[in-house]
Design a binder for this molecule. Structure first.
Ligand code: SF4
Length: 250
């Protein structure tokens, strides 16, 4: 069995930004500080994780630097001797803390930014609202108030903010109603038509093969059949072994 080597530690749900794909303008109801683990308790969990094989820690939030005294947590974790101790931040407060964090033992920082140009951010957001009108209609709502399908679309929109050349989707139809699955697959086709390559790992072979240019049917982890999606969908061997009688040729 493979053991996890990285432990992501979310130290707070607070953040001073309001990225549209993460938080509504009004923020979210915050977990009372009394209900959060103290830094000593976090370090105790981290120590137990290291005993179980974890070697690297990644501090995230919300915005981790929004929690007071983060340098002391870095110091506690560095004292455990991990191979890597990293922080992901939006960068707003980094300049004031960078030297102390380094001195406390932080080894790596990821500054997570959509863009440094507000006009570019707004243009990209508006493009995505056009591609996914449902996101614009739900603007200002918390992500956890969206339906399962809307959350999938939000996740895709969030990934597309970075203007990727390739989008990787893991089971995008999992847990969705048949109607919402159709909507999500239509969105995936639209993303591809907009010029983004899409790689999907999906159990719903019928719907995935209908929209994909090339499919790979894996059998016990081995590539058993490969070909254009619609050919695989109608290949008698694939139908017999994997798709059964549910295929409705179109
Ligand atoms: S900076 Fe990060 S945590 Fe803060 S609102 Fe944006 S995505 Fe969310």
């Amino acid at each position: 069995m493979r053991s996890a080597k990285v432990l992501r530690i979310s130290v707070t749900d607070r953040c001073d930004l309001r990225c549209i794909y993460c938080m509504p303008e009004a923020g979210v109801p915050l977990v009372p500080m009394a209900d959060m683990l103290s830094y000593e308790e976090v370090a105790a969990v981290a120590r137990a994780a290291m005993a179980a094989g974890v070697r690297r820690f990644r501090l995230t939030g919300g915005e981790p630097l929004a929690r007071r005294g983060l340098v002391s947590l870095v110091s506690l974790l560095a004292g455990l001797g991990p191979d890597d101790l990293a922080l992901t931040t939006n960068g707003l407060h980094l300049a004031g803390f960078a030297a102390d964090l380094k001195a406390a033992g932080l080894t790596r920082v990821t500054v997570s930014l959509d863009t440094l140009r507000p006009d570019r951010f707004e243009a990209r957001r508006d493009e995505l609202f056009e591609l996914f009108p449902v996101l614009e209609s739900r603007r200002g709502h918390r992500a956890d108030s969206l339906s399962g399908g809307q959350r999938q679309i939000l996740a895709m929109g969030r990934a597309l903010m970075m203007e990727p050349m390739l989008l990787l989707l893991d089971e995008p139809s999992a847990g969705l109603s048949p109607a919402m699955q159709d909507e999500v697959f239509a969105m995936i086709a639209a993303i591809n038509e907009a010029g983004v390559s899409v790689l999907i790992v999906e159990q719903n072979a019928h719907k995935a093969l209908r929209i994909c240019h090339r499919g790979y049917v894996l059998d016990a982890g081995v590539d058993a059949y490969t070909g254009p999606g619609t050919e695989l969908l109608h290949d008698p061997k694939v139908v017999e072994l994997y798709l059964g009688s549910l295929v409705r040729p179109r």
